[in-house]
Structure formats: C-alpha cells, structure tokens
Design a binder for this molecule. Structure first.
Ligand SMILES: Nc1nc2c(ncn2[C@@H]2O[C@H](COP(=O)(O)OP(=O)(O)O)[C@@H](O)[C@H]2O)c(=O)[nH]1
Ligand SMILES: [Mg+2]
Length: 419
C-alpha cells in the first residue's frame, strides 16, 4: 500500500475520530500512522479492543509502558501485560516442543493446565490433529519389573548387558513385538512373571509408549522364556535383562558378582549363551565424558568378569555388540552396520581389542550391529514409527546361532554357511 502524502495524512488525522476503527488499525498496522498521533488527534483509546494492543506490541509497533500515558485504563494495561506474559509462556513451551526438548507427559500436563492450547499446538508446532489425539489419550501404566528368580530352563540363554537407559528393555520389546507379528515365538509359561512383563512392554511399544528404566535391584532381573519355532522345531530361548546399575556395580566391584552379574545363578548355568552388549550411541555422543564411569570402562570390566566366571564365555556362541539408538546416527548414514562397526572400533578400541582376544581364546563369534526401535519424538519419549528391520535381523541371527547345536544336521550346515 502506498504511503500517504503529507497533506493526506494531515487530513485523515484531523478527522480521525470519524474514521472507522478497522481502517485506523490498518493504517497503524502498515506504519502509516502511529497510535500516539491518532490519540493526540482525538481517537478514544479506551474504545480499542485489548487484543489489538497485544498485536501491535508483538509487532513492535507499540510499547506496553506507553499505554497508560496515552490514557488507557490501568486495569486494562495490567490485563494486557498479563496476557502478553502468558502468550510468551505459551510460546516458550511451543519452542521447547519444536526443539524436541519436551517429553510427551509434560505436553499432556501443559495441555491440562493451560501451558499450551490445542489450537496453539496445531498452529505453532508440527503436531497434527492425529498426533494431538494421541497426546491427549496417552497413558503410561506403572509397571515395576517382575521378580524373576525361576531357574533358567534348558535352552539358549540370551543376556542383555548395558548401562541404565541404554535401551535394553526397548530392544527386548522390539524383538518380541516383531516375533509376535510374524508368529516366530511361542510363550513358555515357566517364567510367567517374565511373560506378563513381556506382554506389557510389547503392548506399550505398539501404542508408542516406552518402558520405564529398569531399577537397580537384584529382583529387577527379568527372565522371559520363549520358544523359537523354526521349521516346526521348538528351540527354547531364555532372555535375561540385567538392570543397568547392577551391571556397573558388578563391573566395578568384583565382590558384587554373586549378587549382581550372576543374580539367581543365571549366568553360571551350563546353557549355551548369546551375550548382547548394548552400547548407547546417544549417551556416547551426548555426554559420555561427564558420566562417572564410561561405557567402555564398564564393558571392559564386564569382559574381565565374564572371562573368569565359570564357563560364561566358553559357553558363548556369540557376543553381539549392539550400537543402539542408531536413529541418532548422523543424517545420511547409508550403511548403518558399517557405521556401527567403525564407531565401535574407533571409540571403544580397548573393549574391541579385549573382545577380539577373548574371541580367539573361547572361540565365539563377535558381531557388531546397529539397532533402533524406530523414530522417536518428544525428547525420546514417544515412538512415532516402529522399525521392523532391526528386530528381524537380530532374530534371524539368533536363529542361526540357536541352530548351531544342530551343526551337523543339513539345516545347521545351511545356516552355518550363510553366516
Ligand atoms: N533414539 C532412541 N532412543 C531410544 C531407543 N531405545 C530406547 N531409547 C531411549 O532410551 C530410554 C531408555 O530405554 P530402556 O529400554 O528403558 O533402557 P534400559 O534401562 O537399558 O532398559 C527410552 O525411554 C528411550 O528414551 C532407540 O532405538 N532410539
Ligand atoms: Mg530396562
């Protein structure tokens, strides 16, 4: 819009109180007139709706402190001040959400308390209607880990080691979710508590909900017994998840071994084993240096303990290094397994050397894989898309390993040659 000439301006200002309010607002919006000069020439400031002042203040066309001088009622000025503060507060929350700094439970709380609004979320964040409904309906149940002290049955034992919140429970949930979808596992009720726990975490994963971190107590060892069905043959698998702090404690103080790493004697039985070391890629890239004991220290200690412990390593078919949370790998990483390998070999050199040496000594396989349960949003609190490739590959590998006992059979040879 073209600017007024000096003459036009003067004429409009002279009869400003006759000009329709909406036109006056437009002139001010377009910086053709200022509120000051309009008021000076007879515009009644108390006739202007307060949201109009807010708009001008946000656009820096007006200073809040000037409104009282211009004659606006003090109570209205106060109302505007509060309203601006509130919208700044709301905006702060929208910024946090857009920067992926707010977990879903907090968004839900803010929705209830007015810290964000439904319209605001739809307008000012990338949340769409569907996701908004998910947030409103989000419900996470409290589920303490199940006390599992049932002895492991005969079969292949699969252990998960890793720091707290490295993602062990999520990997388990993701594996069982895929197995359920494809009909690969049959529950074994021997570990009824473990099966209940498994059903819960799978169900939650399906609803995009992530598990609570496994607490550091002896009873927090989770044992899930299942049977892998391959070509009509049932292969018992015992999945065991250890709590994170337990693993760190045991790694730092060998006296803790009996109570911790070998809780319930799970590690010392004579079953063949697959050992999963869960490396948290995100923890490493975020703040590893600030943590008390690095993942590398813990893993090195663990390898030492396992080497000396009964036949833990001798009975291992395979040690898997799982570089977890690979959805956080640098954008554009094409071969994630290759990236996981070089990441581990570069940043966990001593653990790698240590394991290579044990691999020779005990003749197990050493594998390095990446893993991700899917795409996570809201500060890693909500799973927006499930990944099926990672659990598929791991189950395939577990199947091949579990078939080793049939190495001389035709199918055993077939799998062996494929590995
Ligand atoms: N980005 C990303 N975060 C994950 C993934 N898996 C787990 N997490 C995050 O890590 C947290 C802890 O996972 P959890 O399985 O409870 O760890 P645990 O203590 O080792 O059992 C989860 O709540 C998620 O925020 C993943 O694949 N990608
Ligand atoms: Mg856990």
């Amino acid at each position: 819009m073209s600017k007024f000439t000096a003459l036009q301006r003067e004429a409009i200002l002279r009869r400003i109180s006759d000009v329709p309010l909406q036109s006056v607002f437009k002139f001010i919006d377009n910086s053709e007139l200022t509120l000051d000069e309009c008021v000076e020439n007879g515009l009644l400031i108390n006739d202007i709706p307060i949201n109009q002042f807010e708009k001008w203040i946000k656009q820096s066309l007006l200073d809040l402190d000037k409104l009282a001088d211009l004659g606006l009622n003090l109570s209205l000025v106060e109302e505007i001040r509060k309203s601006i503060e509130r919208s700044e507060e709301l905006q702060e929350n929208y910024d946090l959400i857009n920067d992926d700094m707010m977990i879903i439970q907090d968004i839900q709380k803010h929705l209830r308390s007015g810290g964000v609004t439904e319209e605001g979320l739809l307008e000012k964040t990338t949340i769409d209607k569907e996701l908004l409904n998910e947030i409103k309906g989000y419900e996470k149940k409290e589920h303490p880990s199940q006390n599992n002290d049932v002895a492991l049955i005969k079969g292949t034992d699969i252990f998960f080691f890793g720091k707290a919140s490295s993602g062990k429970t999520c990997v388990l949930a993701s594996i069982f979710n895929y197995a359920e979808k494809e009909g690969l596992f049959i529950d074994n009720m021997v570990s009824i508590h473990g099966i209940n726990y498994k059903n819960l975490i799978v169900n939650e994963l399906k609803n995009s909900i992530l598990p609570d971190s496994t607490p550091a107590e002896k009873k927090a060892v989770t044992y899930i017994s299942t049977e892998l069905i391959l070509d009509g043959e049932a292969n018992p698998l015992n999945f065991v998840e250890m709590s994170g702090e337990f693993f760190s404690k045991a790694a730092q103080d060998p006296k803790e071994i009996m109570n911790t790493i070998d809780a319930h004697g799970y590690l010392s039985n004579s079953n063949k084993k697959l050992l999963f070391f869960i490396v948290d890629y995100k923890m490493y890239s975020d703040n590893e240096k600030s943590s008390v004991s690095s993942q590398a220290n813990d893993f090195n200690n663990l390898v030492g303990i396992l080497d000396g412990y009964k036949k833990a390593l001798q009975n291992a078919y395979c040690v898997y290094i799982v570089v977890n949370k690979s959805d956080k790998f640098p954008k554009g990483t094409v071969d994630k397994n290759e990236f996981a390998k070089s990441f581990f070999m570069k940043n966990f050199k001593s653990v790698y050397a240590n394991l290579k040496q044990k691999e020779k000594k005990h003749n197990f396989d050493l594998r390095i894989l990446h893993y991700s349960i899917g795409n996570l949003i809201f500060k890693n609190s909500y799973l927006s898309k499930i990944n099926y490739d990672c659990p598929k590959n791991i189950i395939q590998s577990i199947s091949q390993q579990a078939y080793r006992k049939n190495e001389d059979s035709v199918i055993g040879k077939f799998f062996k040659s494929k590995e």
